[in-house]
Design a protein around this ligand. Sequence first.
Ligand SMILES: NC(=O)c1ccc[n+]([C@@H]2O[C@H](COP(=O)([O-])OP(=O)(O)OC[C@H]3O[C@@H](n4cnc5c(N)ncnc54)[C@H](O)[C@@H]3O)[C@@H](O)[C@H]2O)c1
Length: 408
Amino acid sequence: MIFDDTYRPCFEVLKRDGLYDRRFGACEVELSAVASRTGSRADAYRQCAGDKIYPFKSFTEPASVENLLASGVDFVCVATPDDRHFEAAKQVLDAGKHLLVEKPSVLSLAQLDELAELARRKQVLAKVVYHKLLDPDHKKLRTFVVDGVLRHVNNGYCSLLEPKQISGKQFAEWIIGRNPGTYVAVHYIKLIDFTFGGQLKCITCTGQRGLVGPANGTTWDSTQLRMIYEYTDGREAAFDIHTSWVTPDNFPGYVEQEVQFRFDNGVWNGHSRRRGVECTVEGRTPFDIKITINNHYSAAFVEPDGQRTQRGYGVETIDKFIREVAYVEFGGPADQRGQRLSEAQGYSYNDMSADRQTVAAIQAMEAILARHAAGQPDCVVRVNDPRGGLVLEVPGSSAVEVLYSPRV
Ligand SMILES: NC(=O)c1ccc[n+]([C@@H]2O[C@H](COP(=O)([O-])OP(=O)(O)OC[C@H]3O[C@@H](n4cnc5c(N)ncnc54)[C@H](O)[C@@H]3O)[C@@H](O)[C@H]2O)c1
């Protein structure tokens, strides 16, 4: 799905126009190989894309990633289900290739440490896709925060509700034991972490079951996560993030996304479905065309000059990563590659080294939901506690589980 939304339009434009940047000149970027479980969608894409894309090899399981790496590639984008990112990402970095991985990067800090160390050793980029940071609305929010127009966030809520077809069809193959929080709350965990900074202190989470799987099982319909942050002045903020993948399919927007952040001197309200457009087409909305269309993320247009394009911040995120790779490899003399690499690793919006608090929140949420499913609801995870970096407390018990020992 995400390949179709963002990678496909990005690689098609790169085939048509190439990549140009004054720092590295003109650069050809070729989608040369794809690894997937069965290859059926890769074959279908090759058929329909025609000359919009370079001829590419398709490798299937078993050993699809090993074979892709052996085929000679410069960078690899990993867009497998979220509990299968780590193995593929590790193989990519181990082979000394630059890596872009879909959100959430990985599901635990131990995995993140391993990948960060590998990237350091192999001297390559390890980056994560968080396209919401490039959404113009979120860029404006951050600009107001950076410029002190909005001062000290106190609390806020975010919600992201996916339609039932995600849990029932799109992800049916890998949904058992999974939750919508890891899949989509992570967008807002990162937005909050990146925009407001601060130290993550505490995570709690609950959720509901019974639609996607049994009411006492390990597969979640919806989740409600709470994170507490502390800032350098000692003040705190609390954020609630609600997610679901069981919203009715005839909902007017593809996904319902809303945020509200309250500051000392203001309130920011954002609603992705209410950016301005409402459209009805008999027999088509809200199914194959949405009533409230997001024309900013990845939308297909006929441009004023007649060209057909697909563009938006979802595609821009991939393009930006490719420019970072090209800059490291071709943006100056070979003996200064290390400096260029450090510069590109310094971008905290996408570098894995800056993903620690986001992964900590994900790991905590997964652990709390696992305990809940095992009959111990309402656990609390404390961050950088004297007992460890991530410490899970069980209500009514003095015993704790240290999920991660070093400081987060
Ligand atoms: N940034 C976003 O807004 C966004 C949106 C949707 C999905 N995603 C992320 O993209 C990732 C994929 O989601 P999707 O919706 O595209 O899923 P999908 O099910 O459409 O695609 C998953 C792909 O992974 C391949 N795959 C699965 N197991 C594999 C294995 N062991 N080896 C090789 N290939 C394997 C499958 O063949 C398939 O091509 C997830 O991490 C998800 O969180 C991000």
